[in-house]
Write a protein that binds this ligand. Sequence first.
Ligand code: DLZ
Length: 158
Amino acid sequence: MATSLKNLNEYKKDNFKDISDKTVGIVVAEWHDDITSVLCQGAVETLLKHGAKKENIFINSVPGSFELTLGAQFLALQEEIDAVICIGVVIKGDTKHDDYINNAVANGLTNVALKFNKPVAFGLVTTNNLEQALDRAGGKHGNKGVEAAAAVIGMLSF
Ligand code: DLZ
């Protein structure tokens, strides 16, 4: 389903378990940091809303979205980290950089999740332009960071 048909702030929480004892690492890309900071805030607020403790949320930054995979791996290999949320914004430009980055991150994060057997959320906003990115960072389509945090809580409750 296209994001334009679903608000990113809406998620099923019936199966959510208590996450007050869980530790979550967040990796945030510095590219488009005015937007990634809003996504990160949405993720943190969602974790706190569902019982996570502030001291159990660790935020780390990486230069760009391409580096999210290694950042996720650095965190996932730490025993005390239960789940990882990756946040970035990749906007289409004149070249195909977005295809390369988006595919690398999608495949990379899948591999990290499977390798470490831990939830790794894909909080990557991949859009054709800035307006579409803003729409997904607290705009008319909600906040992709909220969706990513909800995905992690759902998987921690699996
Ligand atoms: C190089 C690049 C470009 C063109 N665009 C973006 C983008 O829209 N969003 C993003 O997060 N990062 C971008 N980057 C940087 C790459 O992700 C990466 O940091 C560099 O290629 C260095 O490995």
